[in-house]
Design a binder for this molecule. Structure first.
Ligand code: THU
Length: 147
């Protein structure tokens, strides 16, 4: 096992999955990343089959930057969608771009079973399940139940 990718698996994609990855790649073109120059695109497949996309939006006050995954997720929620089946995320360059820690936590709120397809410019895709591979034993709504 190599560090960083030890829990994912690289697999071929169904046509729906390929469509989701392509939507993420397309969304990446709309990234606003003048500081890092690391452009990220994300695409969420909601339970009704809709695709909601996002791109990273940076800020001169660096911590105000928002990642692509949270842009997509916040947009979906604000438009009435809270059930997500799958996320595709693509960064810049050959490395497979996995969601950052904050995005993992953000997405966990809406379900640990979310499937994540992480990719970079090589086209190789690594497949994860959020609550199994990316945020095991995460803190979520269930933790607060009964308080
Ligand atoms: N970024 C994302 O959009 N998603 C991630 O999961 C990792 C990081 C963005 C934030 C920042 O604009 C740039 O990538 C470099 O960190």
């Amino acid at each position: 096992m190599t560090s960083g990718q030890s829990t994912g698996s690289t697999q071929s994609l169904s046509s729906d999955e390929r469509e989701l990855v392509e939507a993420a790649v397309d969304a990446r073109d709309r990234a606003y990343a003048p500081y890092s120059r690391f452009r990220v695109g994300a695409a969420l497949r909601t339970d009704d089959g809709t695709i909601v996309t996002g791109a990273n939006v940076e800020n001169a006050a660096y911590p105000a930057t928002i990642c692509a995954e949270r842009v997509a997720g916040a947009y979906a929620v604000a438009h009435g969608q809270r059930s997500f089946r799958m996320l595709a995320v693509v960064g810049t360059g050959p490395a497979v771009c996995t969601p950052c820690g904050t995005c993992r936590q953000f997405l966990y709120e809406f379900g640990p079973d979310l499937e994540v397809l992480a990719t970079g410019d090589t086209g190789a895709v690594t497949r994860y399940v959020l609550g199994r591979d990316l945020l095991r034993d995460g803190f979520g709504p269930a933790t607060l139940e009964g308080t």
